[in-house]
Design a protein around this ligand. Structure first.
Ligand SMILES: C[S@@+](CC[C@H](N)C(=O)[O-])C[C@H]1O[C@@H](n2cnc3c(N)ncnc32)[C@H](O)[C@@H]1O
Length: 216
């Protein structure tokens, strides 16, 4: 079931969300990712999971055949829809990234930016299997998320009994939210996709990691 607190936090953060992409120390890695990610999806039908304000959609759309992007929050979808995409190349819809209810069928690729870290450890296997069932066999999947970088990442405030970690984040209006944010190891990532992946490759950067795999 969707985490209502997480949905609410990103709803309230929608207009300030993209400031996260302005952090100066992260620019070199972002420049590389903005080329690397679209190159994985040339001519493919891409399911974009929890697309948010469409930051990555705008780079993937010119390379893809079509991007079927979805998110649970209408506020972020409205911002995404304002971006200039190649005509007819992107469809936005409302859907749940945990169950993939409302997500398009028949895609031969998928991308999830900064979603994995918000999934509880106990829910990851269900997410991975639901994703594999949704996509075509042989589909290419790319998962992008944050590495923990001392001095750049928000500090971890709490760890729960199953090992999930949390951060206390402050919105522009001063409101504080506790947000689930996991920082998995390389081994945890490759083990998590092993049941569905034919091959998996992890690119570990200072501020980000990118897991690319092909479905069986
Ligand atoms: C960290 S943001 C990532 C946005 C975008 N993928 C990016 O990389 O810029 C997480 C997104 O997850 C969305 N979200 C939260 N819970 C969700 C759920 N259960 N299903 C789909 N989207 C959800 C939020 O609305 C938010 O847009």
């Amino acid at each position: 079931m969707a985490d209502a607190g997480l949905k609410d936090y990103y709803d309230k953060r929608s207009r300030e969300y993209e400031r996260i992409y302005d952090k100066p120390e992260r620019q070199a890695e972002l420049t590389w990712l903005r080329e690397r990610i679209p190159a994985l999806f040339g001519g493919r039908d891409v399911l974009e999971i929890a697309c948010g304000t469409g930051y990555w959609t705008q780079f993937i759309a010119p390379a893809a055949r079509h991007v079927h992007a979805f998110d649970l929050n209408e506020s972020v979808l409205e911002i995404a829809a304002e971006k200039p995409f190649p005509a007819g190349r992107v469809t936005f819809s409302k859907g749940d990234a945990l169950t993939l209810e409302g997500a398009a069928d028949g895609c031969d690729a998928a991308f999830a930016g900064f979603w994995w870290s918000h999934v509880k450890r106990s829910a990851l296997d269900g997410f991975v299997r639901a994703l594999a069932a949704k996509l075509e066999p042989g589909a290419v999947v790319a998962i992008l998320d944050n590495s923990y970088a001392e001095g750049s990442s928000t500090a971890i405030s709490r760890r729960d009994a199953e090992g999930n970690t949390y951060q206390l984040r402050t919105l522009g209006n001063g409101e504080r939210h506790e947000v689930l944010k996991n920082f998995p190891s390389a081994l945890e990532l490759t083990e998590a996709v092993r049941p569905v992946a034919r091959e998996a490759h992890l690119e570990s950067l200072t501020y980000y990691w990118l897991l690319v795999f092909t479905l069986k």
